[in-house]
Write a new protein. Structure first.
Lengths: 299, 299
């Protein structure tokens, strides 16, 4: 089977790295935007009978979904044998339940849409909470990779003898794997969320008196509230601790990053799954490491 | 059968008028936008077993499609029996062919998407060019209404003894119907398009010497190029002619409207199918006039 990589306009950098490392061709598709705001893709390389991996950055998904679907369906118009989505950051995973009567379960709508237009999905560290796996909501074959290897590498290169701390019980999956890779101690805080930007944290039985370095680890930096409370909490326990933050995906504004710095975080990094000012490691490493030369996930 | 009207956030005004005139309930759906740009709808009225007409303004469609699909699928999550789209302006109709090799036929992608998520479509004066009817591209039952009755009414109330002129042969369908309703003479210009903003026009055998008033009629004001050339063309034939412009849909910028005014257009109006500074008649009249109290198209 013959495979190619394509990319939406804001993911050419990731697609190019993945294509080079895996040994696949990176097909070109130009985008023209009309004065009325409509998008026109022109596919510049032949795709007939090709199995396509379409790489896309999908943060702020509402702005990007139409172009994604135009390109995916367009590749089929020109004869692509299959089109799989490679979305390092998978949006709409946090709206997985109706918290109030009448709320739309957006995660199901988004998953339905992707399942209708793609033959498969590859993503990195999706925010699985009430859904145990992507299969609970995606109707097409999916694979959730993890960036813990790249996060552990960054932590080893940039900190000394850290304790790995997760801000809540959900983060334990990342914290434990990273701590094991580094042979470092770890713990998770207890979180109670009262709203988008209102979060309390606490921790049981951990002695911070002799700790020199803490790395707060999470899947997503978004409003920053959880990490800010965790950051302040650790600093209150021991103000001399060197505190760093390492996450997979950064949805935060520059203002949020500045608040975390002001609260004492020394280095704050996330992958380039989303374009942000704190990219510290390359999500293309995670993805290219998982694919073989046919564009298939390695066994 | 029991029917209701719903609307996306930018079409509450249209939906409210249609609901009142047809005698249907206008259900409420609140939109919350999260800091990361994701959208959450909360449906505030029961919709179980209801046949829903979802009214949406869909100009600049890339910005709006995700919210449209979240609300449509959300209504189904809460038991709606059917969800039809009422889109006074139907986007992506002009990209109905690959003008160059490799171009995605966006009209087909958009129509496929709407057909997957809705049980039917009601629109007004869609830009049918290479597709003879909406059925050529939409897989669900569709109905194209026309605003010519409301345009003729505006022209009768705002101009005196006009000739109705269409800027190209495609516009004849509107021009002829409006001229017939007004018992006015009409003609269409010949158009040659060289690019998004590069258009030439000409006309055969029409004597403008004794004409006092011209109304240029078209389906869409977009870049304004076609209307500007037509406007200038008419003014060159007879500078004393009072020239007005009446279109169904306005996608133009304020700059384009100002250019048309500078070229001598006295009044420039379009419907409120799209929010613009030149709304002169109400597309809710066209839609409510076509629906019966069950929310069905009148025979």
């Amino acid at each position: 089977m013959s495979s190619m990589i394509f990319s939406t306009p804001n993911a050419h950098d990731l697609a190019s790295k993945i294509a080079t490392r895996v040994g696949l061709r990176h097909g070109r598709a130009d985008l023209h935007t009309f004065p009325d705001g409509e998008s026109l893709f022109r596919i510049l390389d032949p795709v007939e009978d090709q199995h396509i991996h379409l790489v896309a950055r999908l943060d702020r998904p509402d702005d990007k979904i139409m172009q994604l679907l135009l390109l995916a369906d367009g590749l089929r118009q020109y004869g692509a044998a299959s089109v799989k989505l490679v979305a390092p950051y998978l949006p709409y995973m946090r709206q997985d339940i109706a918290f109030n009567p009448g709320e739309v379960i957006s995660a199901k709508v988004f998953a339905g849409l992707i399942s209708q237009h793609f033959d498969g999905l590859i993503t990195v560290d999706p925010h699985l909470h009430r859904f145990a796996t992507l299969d609970a909501v995606y109707e097409v074959p999916s694979r959730a990779l993890s960036a813990t290897k790249e996060m552990a590498r960054w932590i080893a290169q940039n900190t000394t003898s850290p304790i790995i701390i997760g801000p809540d019980s959900e983060s334990e999956q990342w914290v434990r794997k990273i701590a094991e890779a580094l042979r470092a101690p770890y713990a998770t805080l207890q979180k109670v969320r009262h709203g988008d930007r209102d979060v309390e944290v606490s921790i049981d039985h951990l002695d911070f008196d002799n700790v020199q370095s803490v790395v707060l680890v999470d899947d997503i930096i978004s409003s920053g509230t959880t990490l800010l409370r965790s950051n302040e909490f650790v600093k209150r326990l021991n103000a001399n601790i060197e505190l760093n933050i390492c996450a997979v995906h950064c949805l935060a504004t520059l203002e949020t990053i500045d608040q975390l710095r002001a609260a004492g975080a020394r280095k704050i990094v996330a992958s380039n799954s989303i374009e942000s000012p704190i990219c510290g490691f390359d999500i293309a490493d995670t993805i290219s490491g998982a694919l073989n030369a046919n564009g298939l996930i390695k066994a």
